[in-house]
Design a protein. Structure first.
Lengths: 300, 300
């Protein structure tokens, strides 16, 4: 399963970076190969200052070795070994009418010191962070998420949509990071689903990503916008930073377990602003967006 | 002591905001008075888009009530009441040649449920975050810090300078946030120092702030700079955000204990950039600055 899933995400990384480069026209991803001193490594692909994507990363990694102390505490296990691989992506478009998107698909194994497999599971998801609300876009994104889920279980969409809303939540602001999508974790084999079935589900979601996101990027990337709308985007990107640095478990783990900092922090937006006590005007498009973040909706 | 120290910081807030407004010429601080539902409140003063200060806050607060659960765990105490008051300030100048400065002076009391005082202590400090290294500036700042300390104990400067270097440290980047200054906490009365003596020390440091910082602001605020130097400043401000959101205990406490978000996050810089894997050119002024952050020096 390790090899199988890593091959899947290598291929998916190629498909996604190709598709984004097609949207761009000129700008290309730069690739960095890196190795982890304790075992494993990754392939980081970053695109900066594109016509469409202001900053984006589509990264894969496969790391292994003794489970770091801080993760032992988190997983409530002793001194075990682990293998983890995954694809993480964040795309920050330049145009404030186009939403930021994040996705991640990952696979984890844990072994005792004799090398016996103790646990194995999948996790991941994909979620959307718009700066202006286009309801059709959000409905499209969620519809593709739902279709991918429905192929596998009638409850998956409802369950993982809810998990996404509660995970990507800036509790200190009492608002969602975005309009959600899917989030799932610890998909272990159990009485109901074999590991193969879990693999099929996660890869169906991975396969759905471009269909969920690309049409939105295509529709919005050339819309006109004002400097004020751009400022709003940069202010909202500040909330994205707050979530990633204060609440996001993946980011904090990376920082605490000697991960590759530049690959982890590629998620941070390129240009960000923080004003004191910024409040959009009542009835404005900005206030409308905020209203949806304060009160997550069901989109499909 | 509660009233005495709160009067001190009210007065110090006035002195500092007056002095900054004098530097500015036109821009003024805006004041927000707020109350905390569980007890207490504060006086937040923010200046944005000044000629000299791009964003700055000089805030005081005095809060009390039952100690929040998350802080009970942190202090390893049970269900107690508390009183806390302090002044926190962060000034982000517009000119990249002028350093950002942070300072905080605070007093804390803890009581059992009968209202008996269990503990009382002072904490605080002041530290400098330049974007370009002017050695004379750093030496001046540290000299004033040292003079304030030396009035009270020959070891204070060495001890609190070291604490500052180790506290304001972005461990995930293996670099200091800035060039340090002073940091101290849990200054309780003990066999060596009475509470009055601790009060005298903390207020000597508070009184030294303007003398330590204002001359640097005055010298640097009108220097010419290039767009590239401004970009470097915005990239380095990103590291400031990373420290405050990932590592700073004060910020994280505030966010977790239902503090006033906008007063806490006033510390975040106004305009920030994150590039992937940004490295200054060897031998450049930017590399020279980074070198000092990687290897904290003794300045006096």
């Amino acid at each position: 399963m390790k090899e199988r899933f890593y091959q899947y995400i290598q291929n998916l990384q190629d498909r996604i970076t190709d598709a984004i480069e097609t949207q761009e026209g000129k700008a290309k991803f730069k690739e960095d190969l890196w190795t982890r001193p304790e075992g494993g490594g990754g392939r980081t692909r970053i695109l900066e200052n594109g016509e469409v994507i202001e900053k984006g990363g589509v990264n894969i990694s496969a790391v292994h070795g003794p489970l770091p102390k801080s993760m032992q505490a988190y997983f409530k296990v002793g001194d075990v070994d682990f293998f983890a691989c995954g694809l993480s992506l964040v795309l920050h478009p330049k145009n404030p009418m186009a939403p930021t998107v994040h996705a991640n698909w990952r696979y984890f194994e844990m072994y005792d010191k004799k090398g016996e497999l103790i646990e194995q599971w999948f996790g991941g998801g994909q979620d959307l962070t718009p700066y202006y609300l286009f309801e059709d876009d959000v409905i499209h994104f969620h519809s593709i998420c739902k279709r991918a889920c429905d192929e596998h279980h009638p409850q998956f969409y409802t369950e993982f949509k809810k998990k996404c809303d509660s995970y990507f939540y800036n509790s200190h602001r009492e608002e969602a990071r975005g309009v959600g999508g899917l989030f799932f974790d610890y998909l272990k084999k159990d009485s109901q689903f074999s590991l193969d079935e879990r693999y099929n589900f996660v890869t169906t979601v991975g396969d759905s990503f471009l269909e969920a996101y690309l049409p939105l990027l295509e529709k919005r990337k050339e819309m006109t916008f004002t400097p004020e709308q751009r400022t709003w985007q940069e202010i909202r990107r500040g909330r994205y930073v707050e979530f990633n640095l204060v609440h996001d478990k993946g980011t904090l783990f990376g920082l605490r377990t000697n991960g590759r900092i530049e690959s982890i922090l590629m998620s941070l937006p390129p240009k960000v602003q923080w004003y004191y006590n910024h409040q959009p005007k009542d009835g404005s498009k900005e206030a409308q967006m905020l209203e949806v973040l304060k009160n997550p909706r069901n989109w499909v």
